[in-house]
Design a protein around this ligand. Sequence first.
Ligand code: C2E
Ligand code: MG
Ligand code: MG
Ligand code: MG
Length: 280
Amino acid sequence: VAKERGKNNYHFYDSALDQITSRKMELENGLRRALELDELRIFYQPKVQMDTGDILGVEALLRWEHPILGLISPAEFIPIAEETGLIIPIGKWVLRNAIEQSIYWENTGIGTIPVAVNISVRQIKDEDFVVDVKEILEATSFVPSCLELEITESIMQDFNRSTHVLKQLKQLGLNISMDDFGTGYSSLNNLRHLPINSIKIDKSFVDDIINFNGSIVRAIIDMAENMDFNIIAEGVETKEQVKFLLDNSCFTGQGYYFSKPLPAGDLEKYIIQCSSITAG
Ligand code: C2E
Ligand code: MG
Ligand code: MG
Ligand code: MG
């Protein structure tokens, strides 16, 4: 009996592990075909000038509409895309489609809406990346200054090479921002020499404004001012946070307080609604 129970226990653990592994394998296999099966969607979240309510641009955020498992978060599948190298074709697809969406908004009179696209360190390391971006800009005739690439502090691992790549990207005329700022390991000296335009304060610090105090947010804003970077707060959810940020000279924000990431059509409605409020 003991032997049998042992065997069952073994099977129990085995199948729990199996479930995790098999979901991951299913996602990995599915992701390989997600592009050709047209299962990827881009949602857009506005970046807002908080003192006026103007929309300064949008961030493109990827979603995967899995035929069986439903909507899958990028927090789950982007790491798999990075491990497998699929982030290279997927990243190109996001860049191309986000740019085409912005061009559509321009052409249909919705407005000039600059677009920000998240870039994995894996893409920065890819030797074709700069040429790929250049080709997409040329093929679409997109105004480069309306494109922003969001990178993270993980690029600091390979500071010299990353700096070289970022310089080449900036020469194309686009903007670069440091996402999730404060969660990584940037030395301030390296940060100062990085060719970037702006810093996005990570949501965890913006949360502190309500739960704890805003001293870290204030320190990041001061630092950004000293280094001549623009600053934007991520994950703004309350009126109190907006007030604190404005009082401390951070005028740009992004978060559920203004809008969740939305499908393109819903974002259009949001923009039209906002501009009618501003106009009237
Ligand atoms: P991120 O670039 O830092 O994007 C911000 C995340 O915070 C998004 O999650 C957004 O939906 C969420 N968010 C925004 N405002 C609020 C708020 O007020 N409250 C809360 N609770 N959350 C808020 P999402 O869309 O799940 O994306 C997660 C991460 O996945 C992104 O973080 C980014 O690192 C990555 N990601 C998304 N799309 C792409 C992509 O196309 N390429 C790459 N390489 N990574 C992507
Ligand atoms: Mg981002
Ligand atoms: Mg972020
Ligand atoms: Mg993030």
